[in-house]
Write a protein that binds this ligand. Sequence first.
Ligand code: FAD
Length: 400
Amino acid sequence: MTDLVTTDVVVIGGGLAGLWLNYRLRNAGYSTVLLEKDSLGGGQSIRSQGIIHGGTKYALNGALTSAANAIADMPARWRSCLAGEGEVDLSAARILSEHHYMWSKAQLTSKLTTFFASKAVRGRIDALKDSERPEAFQDRRFKGSLYALNELVLDVPSVVHALAEPFQETMYQLDCSQPGVIDFDGERIKGIHINGRRRSVRIEAQCYVLTAGEGNEALLHGSGLPGPAMQRRPLHMVMVKHDYPHPIYAHCIGTGSKPVLTITTHPAEDGKFVWYLGGNLAETGVELAGPEQIQKAQELVAELLPWIDLGQAQWASFFINRAEPRQSNLLRPDNAFMARTGNALVCWPTKLALSPALSDEVLDDLQTQGITPKEQTDYSLLAGLPHPKVSLPVWEQLLS
Ligand code: FAD
């Protein structure tokens, strides 16, 4: 016996991209079913550093690149959502820092100083007077430059809660890469098939959106859907839990076009702070084993912030991939990505910050295809499926 559930859009994957899109679809009147394999946000999203970039880190060679321009509007868009006035309501989400900062150990080259003072980046990068520096950079031994960026840092678990909470009853735990779940006839997805012990359920939709991050690849291969190729850009992230009281949210820039180190600070459940360390440290550390990467991080922190004593700190590291549409030479894509294949849309936001831009692309595509809100969904037929929980932050898993 198979029950048929109809809905306008099935969203596969409950990371930031799927949750943001789901929220916007619901606001636009579409009925949706969101299917998540494990926990909401538990892929890349809750493991991200939560920086809502405005593109500054893509301009470190002293010019505005197309990547810097593509992302420039995102902080304002997120800010209006955080104020409860935007396309999704993030008023319950927590802002960790109103600014991300950028510091250099030594004085910057005159080319960069001139660029950072230029009209091209006005409103995006502000040089700070000594008295305006965050506490962690008030020490006399700090001799470099410090800028405030028009970028926010968010507590991503609280963002995931805010996006999921209104619709959690319509989100279900299901691994859609299991054989037979996606019923693809060679041209279109005909339905999502869920085998139950006594009854089976089939979900049929006007459109299926794949926002499964790194999981998109298995979904495409497993179902036979012809789709865009994916790339993985690996990182070896480091975390340190300590008693140092002043948070840091900043890129340390050197002479290269990428930050040497990016630090964000996150409150742990036991009241301590966790510094989460990314940037070039994480990109270049992928060949190192955990203890070597931690040692490299300790040396880098001691070199770049010699006045800070982290005391009896607890360190950990882990590997994670950024999943994106394939580019030549494994380059970073500039924009959110969406590709239509039959009645499916395959998506990667490529940055958490670009989730709003991705949702625009999907909504525009639905409109172009004439897919309008139509179906009433009988969620009671899905009552046997569990609802996914919001993932724990990675430091609560690895630094308890
Ligand atoms: P994910 O968050 O990975 O979500 C995909 C979801 O799909 C997961 O919940 C997964 O369980 C689910 N799924 C997978 N397979 C299946 C399946 N078969 N069936 C059902 N569900 C499935 N971006 C920024 O803008 N700012 C930052 O500061 C930043 N920092 C980062 C730091 C790190 C260490 C990393 C790795 C990335 C960072 N990013 C950042 C990039 C950003 O995290 C990602 O671009 C974004 O989170 C991707 O969101 P997503 O929803 O596409 O993917």
